[in-house]
Design a protein around this ligand. Structure first.
Ligand code: FAD
Ligand code: UDP
Length: 369
C-alpha cells in the first residue's frame, strides 16, 4: 500500500479540480507544485487591496451551464463584461468590431451604412479566397480597420507578418453590425469576487499541497509515494524531450503601482500601433469595479519563447502538432498516469474548457456519468 492514491503534479485548475473530486470520493491526494503558490496561471495576488492577475487577464466566460454551476460552488461572480478599448495613436475605438467602432472610424450611423462602407473597401481588394491573416482580415472589415486595429497588434502578438500568419487566427474575432460591445458571445461571464486564488484555496482546503517542488527534480521519490499520477506539466519534458521540444509563444508582464485612482478607465486597453512595444495595458481594479486609492497596471509584451520562459501559448502548427501526436501516443501507453491540462495536452484551453475536461476525466476515471 502506498501512502497516497494520487500524486498530482501541478496546482493549476486541472490538477486542483481532479484533487478536489478524488478527495470527495475518499481518495488520498498529494499535490506538488513547482511555483511558490497554488492556482497555476489563474493565480491572483493582492496588491494594494487589488487582485492582480499575475499571469495575464483572466475573464471567466462559458455557455456550458454545468461548468458555470460547478464553479459557483467555490466563488460568487460579479457582472464584469469584457469590452476592451483599442488605442491607435491617440484615437480610441470600441472592441470587438461593432457599430461604435464603425461610427468612430467613418461617422456612419446605421448598420446599412457600415456594411456599405466595408463592402466598398473589400471590393477594391480583389481577394477571392483569403490565404493568410492579412487577406482574411481585409475581407472581413476592409483595409482601414485592418491597418489601424489589426496589423500592428497581430504582428506584435505573433512576432510575424500578417501575410505569413494563418487566416484562422482572426476568424474568431467578432464583427457585429449592432452596438453590442461584449467581447464574448457566451451566456455566462464574470470575475470571481475576491480573485481567483480564493477559488483554489477553497478547492484545496483539505488536500496536502507541497509548493516549490519540481516533479522532475525528485521524480522517482514522488512517483513511488502514490498508486497513480495526474500530470499537468509539459508532456515533452515528461518524456525527456525524446521527439524534440514543443514550441510556445511567451509573454512578459511589467507591473506598476501608480498613485492615481484611475489610470485608463477600463480593464483592458489594446495598443494596436506597431510603434508601441507592448500589446495591451491591463488595469486590474476595473475587473472588480475597485475604488482603491492606488491602481496597479500591467504592460503586456509578447515574446519569443526560450528555455526557462513561461510557456503560455502553444504554437499549434503542423510540425508541433505532429511532434505532440508522438508524445500523446506514448502517454496513452502509461496506465498509471493521467495527462491533463493545457501543458500536458499541448492545447490552448480557456478556463471553462479546462473545467469541462477535468470533470470529463474524473467521470471516466471513476466510472460515473
Ligand atoms: P496551469 O494553470 O498552467 O497549471 C499547471 C501547473 O502545473 C502550474 O502551476 C505549473 O507551475 C505546474 N507545473 C508544471 N510543471 C510542473 C512540474 N514539473 N512540477 C511541479 N509543478 C509543475 N482563460 C479564460 O477562460 N479566460 C481568460 O481570459 C484567459 N486569459 C488567459 C490569458 C493568458 C495570458 C493565458 C496564458 C491564459 C489565459 N486563459 C484564460 C487560460 C487559463 O489560464 C487556462 O485555461 C488555465 O490556467 C489552465 O489550467 P491548467 O491547470 O491546465 O494549467
Ligand atoms: N486582434 C487584433 N486587434 C485587437 C485584438 C485582437 O488584431 O485589438 C486579433 C489578433 O490577431 C489576435 C486575434 O485577434 O491574435 C485574437 O484576439 P484575442 O484577443 O481574442 O486573443 P487572445 O489575446 O485572447 O488570445
Amino acid at each position: 500500500m502506498k501512502k497516497y492514491d494520487y500524486l498530482i503534479v501541478g496546482a493549476g485548475l486541472f490538477g486542483s479540480i481532479f484533487a478536489y473530486e478524488a478527495t470527495k470520493r475518499g481518495k488520498k491526494c498529494l499535490i506538488i507544485e513547482k511555483r511558490d503558490h497554488i492556482g497555476g496561471n489563474c493565480y491572483t495576488q493582492n496588491v494594494e487591496g487589488i487582485n492582480v492577475h499575475k499571469y495575464g487577464a483572466h475573464i471567466f466566460h462559458t455557455s456550458n451551464k454545468k461548468v458555470w454551476d460547478y464553479i459557483q460552488q467555490f466563488a460568487e461572480f460579479n457582472r464584469f463584461t469584457n469590452a476592451p478599448v483599442a488605442r491607435y495613436k491617440n484615437e480610441l475605438y470600441s472592441l470587438p468590431f461593432n457599430m461604435l467602432t464603425f461610427n468612430k472610424m467613418w461617422g456612419v450611423i446605421t448598420p446599412e451604412e457600415a456594411a456599405a462602407k466595408i463592402q466598398e473597401q473589400i471590393a477594391k481588394e480583389n481577394i477571392t479566397e483569403p490565404t493568410n491573416l492579412e487577406e482574411q482580415a481585409i475581407s472581413l472589415v476592409g483595409r482601414e480597420i485592418y491597418e489601424k486595429l489589426i496589423k500592428g497588434y497581430t504582428e506584435k502578438q505573433w512576432g510575424r507578418k500578417c501575410t505569413e500568419l494563418p487566416a484562422f487566427i482572426i476568424k474568431r474575432l467578432p464583427v457585429r453590425y449592432t452596438y453590442d460591445n461584449n467581447y464574448f458571445y457566451d451566456t455566462y461571464q464574470g470575475i470571481p469576487n475576491g480573485g481567483y486564488t480564493a477559488i483554489f484555496e477553497k478547492m484545496l482546503e483539505n488536500i496536502e499541497v507541497k509548493l516549490n517542488v519540481d516533479f522532475f527534480a525528485e521524480r522517482e521519490y514522488y512517483e513511488n509515494l502514490a498508486e497513480q499520477t495526474v500530470f499537468t506539466g509539459m508532456i515533452d519534458e515528461y518524456f525527456g524531450y525524446q521527439f524534440g521540444k514543443l514550441e510556445y509563444r511567451s509573454l512578459r508582464f511589467d507591473n506598476e503601482i501608480l498613485d492615481t485612482e484611475n489610470y485608463q478607465g477600463n480593464a483592458v486597453v489594446n495598443y494596436t500601433e506597431a510603434e508601441v512595444p507592448y500589446t495591451r495595458i491591463i488595469e486590474h481594479k476595473h475587473f472588480e469595479f475597485g475604488k482603491q486609492e492606488k491602481t496597479v497596471i500591467t504592460r503586456e509584451y509578447s515574446i519569443e519563447y526560450q528555455d526557462g520562459d513561461e510557456p503560455y501559448y502553444p504554437i499549434n502548427d503542423q510540425r508541433n502538432n505532429e511532434m505532440y501526436a508522438q508524445y500523446k501516443a506514448l502517454a496513452e501507453q502509461q496506465n498509471k498516469v493521467i495527462f491533463g491540462g493545457r501543458l500536458a495536452q499541448y492545447k490552448y484551453f480557456d478556463m471553462h474548457n479546462i473545467i469541462a475536461e477535468a470533470l470529463d476525466c474524473v467521470e471516466k476515471h471513476f466510472g460515473e456519468n
